[in-house]
Structure formats: structure tokens, C-alpha cells
Design a protein around this ligand. Structure first.
Ligand code: GAL
Length: 417
């Protein structure tokens, strides 16, 4: 028997050992993966489970960033009707674990040694009191920029290494009559971009002080003001129709060459892949200028709810499939993210994926692997929402100056604590 077949047989055995005759062979999954790239990635999982005889009950709740999905999930859980599993981010999972709403898949985790494969930083979110209640599907990071290669060549652009060089590059695109920056003007997208601006403007230690420690001096510092000033500079490079635009439509502008660049997490790469575009040839990926060596992560997890006994075998099968080496590679190649396990080879990944994998390893070893504030990996949802509200109000002119933005930031964060 080949090694992979052996591995599969071993993992199916672990599921079979808890299976009972009257088990319901269905996985209900709540998620917000409805764009082309996201749906293609989810298909990898559906197919893996179908091979094992499980049917898929899709519970999609559209809306990038998952805000709407989290509202639906809350209602289902409150009604005592949680799905088998739900896509979830950071502190949301911790809240459900604290409330005793998650199941316990520790025996599978222990048997398969997940604690040795998954970065310790992530285990804070997947475990509660040492018990596993969620599985990490991927590691995304938000500090990326995605560029159309043909447009870049046309304007004679090169990789920007600092924020100022980035602004200069956007200026070149503008002069050439191309939309410089494709942005979706929704709070979560704007805040996701601002994460990178803060890390670039102040460096990663400043980012940590401000967003991980919520140090008030950092939050109202001149460096934070400068971060807002830098955000304001980007306004000049947006098209007039950016308000409310979905993130994947902004990616499509770059794919088509209507815009030069999008600042977005690496789920954007899933859209390039779905459009059959090739990294290095059709599009370019760079770290957000000034953040090389830093990974501002957001990991999609599947939260395993405390479901009825006859649904637990299906839940374990899902957890098992999600954590398999082959799935972590196949899924993340399509999704644009990198594996949540550190022992998955980068063989099947394109050059952006290979860089992403190497970056995560380096950042994890050097303390530069830090949670995204916008994506609920630095603070609980109430604080993350307060943050994105301020960023949006500032970008759209409701908050007029960087001075008032930092004052509002401190006030809103304190109120949300
Ligand atoms: C993020 C999520 C990604 C991607 C993105 C856009 O929050 O982690 O997987 O789906 O939203 O919907």
C-alpha cells in the first residue's frame, strides 16, 4: 500500500471507530464563501467528504468578511440549532467556546498530533482549556498587494518597497489613465487595508502595541495620526464608484486590467486562479510596501458545535478531512491562502503561495506573525467593529481630520471594552 493510501485508511479508521448505525451522514456547513475562487476551494472539501459517503448541506450566507454570516450563526445557535460546523474567525470562536457551545474533538487532535503541526498562535483560537473545538483550514494574510502585470509593464512600474513608493506607483497609473487602486468601499475591506497601512507606517512593534495591547499612548500617537494621513493619501487614487463594492468585484477590476492594484488578503488570489490567471505572468503579488517579513494573519477555522450524538461522526469526518495533509495542500492552492499545518510541502503552490508559506514560517519564528485587527484576530468583535467604523468614517469624510480619527478611535475602543 502506498503511504497516502495508508494515511487515508488510518484516518478513515479513526472516524469509523466512532460511527454508529443510525448516524446521520450529512455535514451542515455555514460559510460565506460565495465568490468564484471561494466556491471552487469549498468544492475540494465537498468532494473529499463525498468520497467518504457524506452528503453536504450547504448553508451559505453571502457577504465578504463574514459579518452577515456571523449574525445568522448567532441566531441559529441561540435557537439551539447550530450547524455541524461554521466558518469562523478568531475571537468569534473563542466566544462560542467560552459559552460552552463547541464540541470536543480533542481525542482526534491528540491522536493526529495537531498541536505539533499548527502554529501555537493559532491554537489559542482552536482550543479552550486545552480542548480542541475548532480546526484551522488555512492561513490567510491581509498584508498583500495584487497587481495586473500588463498594466504594471505598460506604466513601467517596479515593486514599491515603502509607502511613499506605493503612492508614487499609484501616481504613475493615474497619469496613464488607469484606475490606480481598486477598492471595495465596505467597512471590513477598508479596515483590512488599514491594518497594513498601520504596520507599514509604524512597524510591527507599533502595530502590536496599538492593536494587540490596546496601548492608549500608541492608539493616540503621532504614528497613528500619520497612519490616517497615509490612508487619506490613497483617496486620490480611487475611482468614483468604489463605495459599497464587493471585494471580488474590485479584484475583477485588476484581473481585467481596468485597475492596477488591489490591497487585499490572499483570498484575492483565489479569484485570479478561478479566472485562470498565472502568478508572475498575468499578476504580481507583493507584501504591502513596508511590511515584508510580517504576516498579519487571519485563519479561517471550522467551529465544531456541540451537535446531537447522531451528528458527531460526520463532524469528526469533517475535522479529519480538513486537517489532512493532502486537503490542506489542495484546498489552499485554490483558495489563495497557505496551509494551517507547517508540515505541508509547498510543491503544488505557485510563486505567491510559496512566498506565503515561507513568510509564515519566518514570521512565526521571529514574532512577526500577528493577528489582523480588522479580521478579529487581534481583539474581540466589539472592538474590531469599533475600529472598522472609525476607519470607514474617516475614509468617507465623516470624520474630517487624523486628529479627530485617533480621538474617536480611543473613545470607541474604550466604549467597546
Ligand atoms: C475573510 C475570510 C476569507 C475570505 C474573505 C472574503 O474574512 O477569512 O476566507 O472569504 O473573508 O470573503
Amino acid at each position: 500500500m502506498k503511504f497516502r493510501t495508508l494515511l487515508m485508511a488510518a484516518s478513515m479508521l479513526s472516524v469509523a471507530s466512532v460511527a454508529r448505525a443510525d448516524d446521520i451522514k450529512e455535514v451542515q456547513m455555514l460559510h460565506w464563501w460565495t465568490s468564484g475562487g471561494e466556491a471552487a476551494a469549498l468544492n475540494v472539501l465537498k468532494q473529499d467528504l463525498a468520497k467518504q459517503g457524506f452528503t453536504w448541506k450547504d448553508v451559505p450566507v453571502a457577504g465578504g468578511g463574514g459579518g452577515a454570516a456571523m449574525t445568522t450563526l448567532k441566531a441559529l445557535v441561540a435557537a439551539g440549532n447550530p450547524p455541524t460546523a461554521s466558518q469562523i474567525l478568531g475571537y468569534y470562536a473563542m466566544d462560542y467556546a467560552d459559552a460552552g457551545k463547541l464540541g470536543d474533538i480533542t481525542s482526534l487532535a491528540t491522536k493526529e498530533g495537531w498541536d505539533k503541526a499548527v502554529p501555537t498562535a493559532l491554537q489559542k483560537f482552536t482550543t479552550h482549556d486545552g480542548k480542541w473545538g475548532a480546526v484551522p483550514v488555512n492561513i490567510h494574510s491581509v498584508n498583500w498587494i495584487w497587481l495586473n502585470k500588463a498594466v504594471m509593464d505598460k506604466i513601467g512600474g517596479t515593486e514599491p518597497k515603502s509607502f511613499d513608493e506605493f503612492v508614487a506607483l499609484l501616481g504613475k497609473a493615474k497619469a496613464a489613465g488607469v484606475i490606480p487602486l481598486a477598492l471595495g468601499g465596505q467597512p471590513w475591506q477598508e479596515a483590512t487595508m488599514f491594518d497594513s497601512i498601520v504596520a507599514s507606517t509604524g512597524g510591527i512593534d507599533f502595530y502590536k502595541k496599538a492593536f494587540v495591547d490596546l496601548d492608549e499612548t500608541a492608539l493616540k500617537s503621532d504614528t497613528m495620526k500619520k497612519s490616517f494621513d497615509n490612508l487619506a493619501k490613497l483617496r486620490d487614487y480611487l475611482d468614483p464608484n468604489y463605495a459599497g463594492r464587493d471585494w471580488n468585484l474590485a479584484t475583477a477590476m485588476v484581473i481585467k486590467g481596468d485597475a492596477l492594484v488591489q490591497v487585499m488578503g490572499d483570498w484575492a488570489k483565489g479569484e485570479f486562479k478561478a479566472a485562470k490567471k498565472e502568478a508572475g505572468k498575468d499578476f504580481l503579488c507583493y507584501r504591502f510596501p513596508g511590511t515584508d517579513g510580517v504576516v498579519l494573519y487571519n485563519t479561517d477555522m471550522f467551529a465544531m458545535f456541540d451537535v446531537a450524538a447522531d451528528r458527531k461522526a460526520a463532524q469528526l469526518a469533517l475535522a479529519d478531512a480538513t486537517m489532512s495533509l493532502s486537503f490542506q495542500s489542495a484546498f489552499n492552492v485554490v483558495k489563495g491562502s497557505v496551509p494551517a499545518r507547517m508540515d505541508v510541502p509547498d510543491t503544488d503552490f505557485d510563486l505567491c503561495g510559496k512566498k506565503g508559506i515561507a513568510d509564515v514560517k519566518k514570521a512565526n519564528a521571529s514574532g512577526n506573525f500577528v493577528g489582523s485587527m480588522a479580521q478579529n484576530y487581534a481583539q474581540p468583535p466589539a472592538i474590531a467593529t469599533a475600529y472598522s467604523d472609525v476607519v470607514t468614517k474617516f475614509l468617507h469624510g465623516e470624520i474630517k481630520t487624523s486628529d479627530s480619527a485617533v480621538a474617536e478611535l480611543v473613545k470607541s475602543i474604550n466604549a467597546a471594552k
